[in-house]
Structure formats: structure tokens, C-alpha cells
Design a protein around this ligand. Sequence first.
Ligand code: AP5
Length: 228
Amino acid sequence: MDGSKAPTTAPVLILLGPPGAGKGTQARMLDHAYGLVQLSTGDLLRAAVAAGTDAGNAAKAVMDAGGLVSDDIVIAILRDRLAEPDCARGVILDGFPRTTIQAEALDRLLSEQGKRINAAISLDVDDAAMVARIAGRFTCGGCGEGYHDSFKLPAIKGKCDTCQSTAFKRRADDTPTTVATRLAAYHAQTAPLIAFYETQGALARVDAMGAIDDVATALGAIVAKATA
Ligand code: AP5
């Protein structure tokens, strides 16, 4: 994708998909290519846990078990982040909304700001492949760039391509048991949002079983069309 294609409006895009679908990977790529701000509620919650805030303390056990954090907590965190000045250039929501209550809250928040959802993009994948993707995932401890033991290794072993850090980390909730719980939560509580956004006329779908760059190309075409 080419940064010169940056949209002139401030788009709001949503990435839907189960754990391991590639939401974070693709959101970072869209951030770099289009200047959109990646808003990951998973990252915001992990930061709250690390900081020991009330919200973080309430969320920790639920996240460790692979369940969904309460709507009230997540909506409050998202509302605060959306109000920050950098979001005026457009956002890509990664991991939010995850329930119908969150989707309705997002509609209200955007409406208050005179904004709308340009596209809700479902990354369509097979559950079986997600366990392998998550089992091999690791991220740079310096800049957060995502990698995979098989599908995306740093060009120089042990050194981040983006910031050259040599510190990497793996997520505490990336265990087989927790992934199974997270997948079940996705199908029970988040997959219904596909129909929600189809009814709004905002839904787009991408086959996300292909290589990372192929998925990015398909997404780029949708983003360009949705923000034209
Ligand atoms: P969150 O951090 O959002 O986790 P998740 O939804 O489970 O998604 P992941 O981050 O695991 O996967 P991803 O789709 O981003 O995949 P990635 O790009 O990393 O949430 C964590 C927890 O926080 C939740 O369980 C919940 O408790 C809580 N939470 C968060 N938001 C919430 C909300 N709104 N409401 C309530 N609770 C909330 O890719 C995975 C791996 O695969 C990487 O290694 C990557 O390199 C590789 N990969 C990516 N794409 C491809 C490809 N096309 N081919 C091969 N490998 C690929």
C-alpha cells in the first residue's frame, strides 16, 4: 500500500475477527500506510493492567481466563481514547466492538462527534488455524511490532525490523486453553456483529487465510473504496 493514498476525511474503520485472525497485524499496517490510528482495546486493557488502574485490576482475571471484560469498562476506556486529539485523523478499531452493547455505544459516541463508521471489515478465517497462529506469536518489547515463529520472523534473527530492539515478549493469555475460551467468546458474542453491520450497509469481508501481504492488499482496496 502507498501512503500517498491517505484519505482526506477522518475515517472510522472496524476490524472484526476471532483471536489470531490478524486484526493487530493488519491494523498496524493500515496505521503505517494510511496514517490511521490503531485503537486496540486489548492493548489499552493490557496497559491498564500493567499500570494497576481500577479498570485494569477489574479486567485482569477475566483476560487471563479468556473471557470478555465488562462492557462498561471497555466502553469507558474506548471513549477516553477516542477523545484524544490524534484520533481526529481517523481510526481503525482493533478488537472493539465485541458485543452488540459495545456496537450500539460506538454508534452513539460517533454520532455525538458527527462521525460514522465507514466500514466494518470481517477477517474470515478457520478456527483450527488460529491456534497455530496464536501459539507462534511474539511481539517486540520496544515498539510492539508483531511477529510469528513460522509466518513472520524478523529479517535479522533476534532483532526487531522496526526499532532494532532485541527484547521480545509473548502474551500471558496465548495458551491453548485460553485460546479455546477466546474463540468461544468470539462466536457467542462477537460474530453476531457481522449481521449487525450488514444491516447497516457497512460490512465488508476479507478472506484472511492467505499470506499477510495478500490480506493487506485486499484490505487496502476496501479501505480506499470506503474512504474515497
Ligand atoms: P485482544 O488483544 O484484542 O486479543 P484477540 O481478539 O484475542 O486477538 P489477538 O490479538 O489474539 O489476535 P489478532 O487478530 O490481533 O491477531 P494478530 O494480528 O496478533 O484481546 C485480549 C483480551 O482482552 C480479550 O480476550 C478480552 O479479555 C479483552 N478484550 C479486548 N477487547 C475487548 C472488548 N472490546 N470487550 C471485552 N473484552 C475485551 O496475529 C496473530 C499471529 O498470527 C501473529 O503472530 C501474526 O504474525 C500472525 N499472522 C497474522 N496474520 C497472518 C496471516 N495472514 N498468515 C499467517 N500468520 C498471520
